[in-house]
Each structure stands twice: as C-alpha cells, then as structure tokens.
Design a protein around this ligand. Structure first.
Ligand SMILES: Cc1cc2nc3c(=O)[nH]c(=O)nc-3n(C[C@H](O)[C@H](O)[C@H](O)COP(=O)(O)OP(=O)(O)OC[C@H]3O[C@@H](n4cnc5c(N)ncnc54)[C@H](O)[C@@H]3O)c2cc1C
Length: 373
C-alpha cells in the first residue's frame, strides 16, 4: 500500500493550480488523473475558444500569452497547461482513475485505482460507465491502493451528457459531442439545444458547409444564456435561412436517416409531429456530474444538482479532511453555471490557509465571473 498525506484527484486547471500550491508549501501529496492533464478541454471540439479573457484563466501565477491578443483557444490552453506542469516540475499520475474511496475508522482514506485510457468525461465515458459486472472486459488493471490522510477532490462537473432518453439516442450517427466540424461538410446535421454548446455548433457547422437544423424546446433563444458575441450571429443565420430553426420543439424519435420532432403551439397547446431528414444528430443539451465518489465518502449533497455541502471559508466538506475545489464543488450546474476556472482560484487559497492553520484569504466568498469581451 502506498501512503501520502494528501491525495489530490483531478488534473484540470484547478487541480494543477492546487498541486503547485501544495508543492510550493512542501506538503506531501499524490496527484491522480484518469486521463491526461486538462482532459476536459481535450474533448472540446478543435478550435473552441474560452469565453474568459486569458488573464482570468491563468493559473499558479504563470502568464498566459498568445500571438493574437484574443480569447484563448482549446489548443493554446492545453499547451499552456503542459507548460505549467513542466515549469513547476509537477508529478502527476495520469491515466489513473480513482474508482473507490473508503473511510477508515481513524478518519483516513483508502483509494482503489485502475489504469484507464481517458479522462472522466467526453465521448468515451459513456462506454465505460456501465455497471462493472456487465462490462468486465472494459476494466483496466487494478493498481496498488493508496492510503491518504486527506483528500482534495478537483474532479470537475462535466462527466456525462444529459441524456434525452428517446428511441434512437444510441444510434452511431448520434452524439452528445461536436468533435471535428469538418466531418459534417455538406451533410444534414440536426442539432438539439439552445445554449452555448448547441449555438456554437450550429454556427460553426453552418460555416463549415453543413445543412443545419436547430431544434430548441423554448419559444425563443435566450440572449442572456448565450455568449453575447454568438447571439447576433445565430439570429442572423436563422433570419437568412442559413440555419433551419424549430422552436417549441423536442425530438421524440431518431432513426438512421431521419429525426421526428414534436412541436407544440404555445397558445393552443396542440402538438404536431414532423419528420426531418438527417445524416447526423448532435444532442447538445448539457452535461452532468457523476457524484459517485462524493456518495462513497458520505459527503452531504444538496439540491437537484447534488451540490456537495462545504464550508465556504475552507472548502472542507462535512467529512473532515475532504475538500472540494473547482467546478466539481458546484455539482451539476443546472440553472446556468456558477463555478468556472476564474471563480475557483480562491478555492486553492482557502484550502492552503486551512491546511497551514492560517486565516481564510481576504477575498470575496463568491467571486463573480467577469464576462468581458
Ligand atoms: C466549450 C466550453 C467552454 C468553456 N469556457 C470556459 C471559460 O471560458 N472559462 C472558464 O472558466 N470555464 C470554461 N469552461 C468550463 C471549464 O471547462 C471548466 O471551468 C474547467 O474545466 C474547470 O476546471 P476544473 O479543474 O475544475 O475541472 P476539469 O477541468 O473538468 O478537471 C477535472 C479532472 O478530474 C478528472 N477526474 C474526475 N474524476 C476522477 C477520478 N475518479 N479519478 C481520477 N481523475 C478524475 C477528470 O478526468 C478531469 O481531468 C468551458 C467549458 C466548455 C465545455
């Protein structure tokens, strides 16, 4: 059995920022990550850009520069994360998935880990998330268990897609992830959703030369819930009929070359079904957190999104010695996201202060993300 003072789980930006703080303070820790570093950004479509300005997603005091002075792209940020890890000489045990954590009578923890071939989240997660007993062949080698006195959980919040549970959702031409836009050139793509992921995909695919249909359950797209530079563009593409738009509509059945939607007339409540020819279907209706590790530990969870309860000054949960940070501390972000990279830097400071017996940092308890241009 390996032993450590602190097991840090997750090497997204906030997990990496935490690792730098622990290393700099000379605290013994082991850092475990199911995929490679930044695995959440790894599954974003190529060329996706952050909405935050670059300085707000910098971590561990290392500047993030680019040659165009605009928003940072997925590729630039992955490269930046590699630089941070190299610069601070961080040791991260990548492709190591923590599958089970048990609490011992003395208050310490035993972690069971397996070798894995991807991060928690992204298209591969759907195939590995089946019950263990049904899919033994998908499991990887069991690694030596780890005994830890404390845990920092930086596990993120986009583990699984929000499923629609309609017939045909599992067909091979249906996905919950955009992926490489080029694959949709000159194809009929049916996109479901009305927030950033769906709107961004609709615009990018229309520009790529796909024939895009956008299906949204609301009456009209909500400018407050769409990146403000995307909203005028999507409205213009719809107006010019470069994107077909069905509002008050939900898909009810997907077949190999068509999708049936049910549209409701908001005034009469009458419904009508319509079959639309489609080559590909993208169900971009958001992602959920898998709270399994929180449940194993007995962390109390609140609300629809299973948000872990924690002390906002220390980030410690109701289980002594277990901390949650980053977007993982928000559970499934249901009514618009509340935690981002930019709101989470202070989480690291709070934990460090608590570990070192210092007063909590003088910072706003809930910093508001600045959505500047
Ligand atoms: C298209 C898009 C654009 C975005 N733009 C922005 C933006 O502009 N600004 C912003 O702040 N945020 C943005 N976000 C949100 C951003 O992805 C998150 O803010 C960021 O990833 C959170 O970092 P994190 O370290 O908390 O979690 P993550 O980056 O999600 O990292 C969590 C890590 O934990 C690992 N993990 C989970 N469970 C286990 C386990 N059991 N064992 C081992 N490892 C595990 C995962 O593999 C993952 O690598 C955007 C998201 C999307 C989808």
């Amino acid at each position: 059995m390996r032993t450590t003072e602190i097991a840090l789980i997750g090497a997204g930006p906030i997990g990496i920022e935490m690792a730098v703080a622990l290393k700099s303070a000379g605290i013994d820790y082991l850092h475990l990550e199911a995929g490679n570093i930044g695995s959440t950004m790894q599954w974003w479509a190529p060329g996706t850009v952050f909405f935050s300005s670059s300085d707000r997603i910098e971590i561990a005091s290392l500047p993030l520069q680019n040659e165009h002075q605009g928003k940072t792209s997925r590729e630039e940020y992955l490269s930046y994360l590699r630089t941070v890890v190299l610069h601070y000489k961080l040791e991260i045990e990548t492709f190591t998935r923590v599958t089970e954590i048990s609490r011992q009578t003395d208050g310490s923890f035993i972690l069971q880990c397996r070798r894995s071939n991807h991060g928690v989240g992204g298209p591969e997660e759907l195939t590995c998330n089946h019950p263990v007993e049904d899919h033994k062949e998908l499991l990887h080698e069991l690694l030596e268990p780890i005994a830890a006195k404390k845990l920092v959980l930086a596990i993120g919040d986009m583990h699984l897609p929000r499923m629609l549970n309609i017939p045909g959702e599992n067909l091979p031409h249906v996905s919950h992830y955009l992926g490489e836009p080029h694959q949709f050139f000159a194809k009929r793509v049916f996109i479901v959703g009305g927030k950033n992921s769906a709107i961004e995909a609709a615009i990018r695919l229309a520009r790529t030369g796909a024939h895009v249909t956008l299906c949204y359950r609301g009456n009209e797209l909500d400018s407050k819930r769409i990146k403000f530079w995307l909203y005028p563009e999507i409205m213009s593409l719809i107006r010019k009929q470069k994107i077909s738009f069905y509002n008050n509509a939900t898909p009810v059945h997907i077949e190999s070359s068509s999708t049936t939607i049910r549209q409701i007339d908001p005034s009469t409540k009458e419904t009508a079904d319509l079959k639309i020819d489609t080559d590909f279907v993208l169900l971009l209706t958001g992602y959920t957190q898998n709270p399994e590790i929180y449940r194993q530990l007995g962390i109390s969870l609140s609300g629809e999104g299973n948000k872990p309860d924690f002390n906002p000054q220390t980030m410690e949960t109701n289980i002594p010695g277990v901390y949650v940070i980053g977007t993982g501390s928000a559970g499934t972000q249901t009514a618009g996201s509340t935690e981002f990279i930019e709101t989470s830097h202070v989480h690291v400071e709070r934990i460090m202060a608590h570990l070192q017996g210092k007063n909590p940092p003088v910072a706003k308890l809930n910093p508001v993300p600045e959505r500047e241009i």
